[in-house]
Ligand binder design. Structure first.
Ligand code: SER
Length: 593
């Protein structure tokens, strides 16, 4: 086998598919843009769904890339030799172009030629057929013609040889998977790639996407026959280098070394290996979540919650190996350096990554020690096999920041269980109470004060423009809330805003108010708005029209309104307070008039 490291493997992949007429496209965001049914991008095909369904891709009908993927279903398994929450998927696609013949032939060529894997080490599986789709004898024949012996071709059912859809509905189809035979003794005569004994390790998957899974659970034929393939970069790098785990390849070794340096412990020490892997994996995934162009922050919902769980779990395992506080951002630095050529967005967002990790670490570490003591008290009072009630689990969550999964994990270590249903109820009750509070405030403010609201809202435009002038273009709106009395504006910024900077922003807004700029609005496409230098969230699709509000030369922003007619209506502007809202996000409260 050719001992390619991860950089060489990516390069080989690109070269191979370029030679065969493919356009190399960049990795998409790890946060899916158009699929609310999943939190993260889990496969290279995911961002390509519209094109698999028939839309024309600007780069043509043959594409290849390496996609950043996150799969967090098995977080608790991380720590063994194989599970990872982030991985890179090498992929290539035919959008109604070539099909089984070319793809299987190329797969054979890439595996045996480019990667130099001996044919005797390969095995493949194909779809055995069922009521939804026929047996894939065609793929088996092509494999055999390539040189895979008949007894190394396994027919398997849908559970093993059907891929997709990525969400609840969408493109999917039968696949043919390729395996390395590790040479381990078969566990019995029935052993096949469907078996989990470890003899066969999957290396590549060619999906023949010609079906759509519909909302009613049925399958219909797509307009075109597509190919979607995926090869895990981490696993393949390990296989090529004879490593039993990706943690022993160039993808992780630098960070593992850094953990050794910071903790004074050895990765090879069996007592610590698992903790090292958990930390290395979770920090890497966090770096890609925060450093993504659509980067997220730790929070208590959706993607932000997964991120929080990863960071807090890494911190907890860090304590087991006496990793000092603040180490996570040090490790993140090593990753940013390692990936700087492949994923430059990490370098661009580096400060945000370090800032978020540091802030979350500070937040959690403050309560972790007391929380763990509290947990020990709870555990000691209960006998083995007992259940921690929902209210207690909620207290650990609410007061000490323990994600429920962490309480469950700690409980498991002590032979206890957790009443997660009771936790859910306590959580819901708490939410209802705070919701009622929020509605109360809303009634007192926005509802019947149209003009005051419009003026305050106009002031947030001026404030954002002023902050960008004083603090730089990294300032972007993260949220806003207006009552009749005041405005509240949340924006991305990595540190406290100094009093002098606040004073300058305030002065600029007052200057813009005095200038008496008329507030004008124009409708245009997102691209036109971008070309004019408007600020705002460029989330909408090309071609969609947006409203751009302009206030003289001072502010130009995409927005939905309502606004004052002239900045002079604001009379004057005063900042009351600047504080932290969440990691990397600052909050300003201000009044006008
Ligand atoms: N979508 C398939 C997979 O994730 C092939 O890329 O395995």
């Amino acid at each position: 086998m050719n001992k390619f490291n991860s950089f060489e493997l990516r390069a080989q992949w690109f070269a191979f598919f370029k030679e065969r007429g493919h356009s190399i496209i960049p990795s998409s965001s790890v946060i899916p843009e158009n699929d609310p049914t999943v939190l993260f991008t889990t496969a290279g095909m995911h961002p390509l769904v519209p094109y698999l369904l028939g839309e024309k891709h600007p780069e043509g009908t043959r594409l290849a890339n390496v996609q950043k993927c996150i799969r967090t279903g098995d977080i608790d398994e991380v720590g063994d030799a194989t599970h990872l929450t982030f991985f890179e998927m090498l992929g290539n696609w035919s959008l109604g172009d070539y099909f089984k013949d070319d793809m299987i032939k190329w797969s054979y060529e890439f595996l045996t030629g480019t990667l130099g894997i001996p044919v005797r080490k390969l095995a493949v599986s194909v779809f055995e057929g069922d009521a939804d789709a026929p047996k894939d004898g065609e793929s088996a024949d092509i494999w055999q013609k390539c040189g895979i012996p008949k007894d190394r071709i396994f027919f398997l059912p849908k559970k093993h040889n059907w891929w997709g859809p990525a969400g609840l509905t969408g493109p999917c189809g039968p696949d043919t998977e390729m395996f390395i035979d590790t040479g381990k003794d078969a566990c019995g005569p029935e052993c096949s790639p469907a078996c989990s004994c470890g003899k066969y390790v999957e290396i590549w998957n060619d999906v023949f996407m010609q079906y759509n899974k519909n909302a009613d659970g049925g399958f219909s034929l797509l307009k075109q026959k597509n190919v979607d393939t995926g090869m895990g970069l981490e696993r393949t790098t390990a296989i090529l280098n004879g490593a039993s785990s990706a943690y022993d390849t160039d993808l992780f070794v630098p960070v593992i070394k850094k953990i050794e340096e910071l903790s004074g412990k050895r990765y090879a020490d069996k007592e610590y290996t698992r903790a090292f892997r958990i930390i290395a994996d979770h920090v890497r995934t966090s770096v890609f979540m925060i450093g993504d162009p659509r980067g997220i922050s730790p929070s208590n919902v959706d993607q932000g919650y997964i991120l929080r769980r990863l960071i807090r779990r890494a911190i907890r395992y860090g304590r087991l190996i006496e990793l000092s506080a603040g180490s996570l951002s040090e490790l993140a630095r090593a990753y940013v350096r390692q990936y700087e050529e492949v994923y430059p967005e990490l370098t661009v967002n580096a400060e945000r990554i370090y800032g978020e990790l540091k802030a979350e670490e500070e937040r959690f570490v403050r309560t972790l020690t007391i929380g763990l003591k509290e947990f020990e008290k709870v555990a000691a009072a209960l006998g083995t096999g007992a259940r921690i009630d929902g209210k207690t689990a909620f207290r650990l969550y609410d007061t000490f920041g323990f994600p429920i999964e962490m309480t469950e994990e700690l409980a498991l270590e002590r032979g206890l269980t957790v009443d997660t249903k009771g936790f859910g109820e306590a959580y819901a009750e708490h939410q209802q109470k705070s919701q009622a509070g929020a509605e109360q405030k809303f009634k007192g403010g926005l509802a019947d004060n149209g003009e005051a609201t419009a003026r305050l809202h106009t002031a947030t435009h001026l404030l954002q423009a002023a902050l960008r002038r004083v603090l730089g273009p990294e300032v972007a709106q993260r949220g806003s809330n207006i009552t009749a009395e005041r405005l509240r504006f949340d924006f991305s910024f990595g540190r406290k805003v100094e009093p002098a900077e606040l004073a300058e922003a305030e002065r600029l807004v007052n200057e813009a108010i005095k200038a008496g700029y008329p507030v004008t609005v124009a409708e245009m496409t997102v691209d036109e708005a971008k070309a004019q230098g408007a600020t705002g969230l460029f989330e909408s699709k090309y071609g969609e029209s947006v409203k751009v509000y302009t206030m003289g030369t001072f502010s130009k922003e995409i927005c939905g309104g309502p606004h004052a007619d002239n900045t002079a209506e604001l009379v004057s502007f005063k900042i009351q307070k600047e504080e932290s809202s969440s990691a990397g996000v600052r909050r300003i409260k201000a009044v006008i008039g």
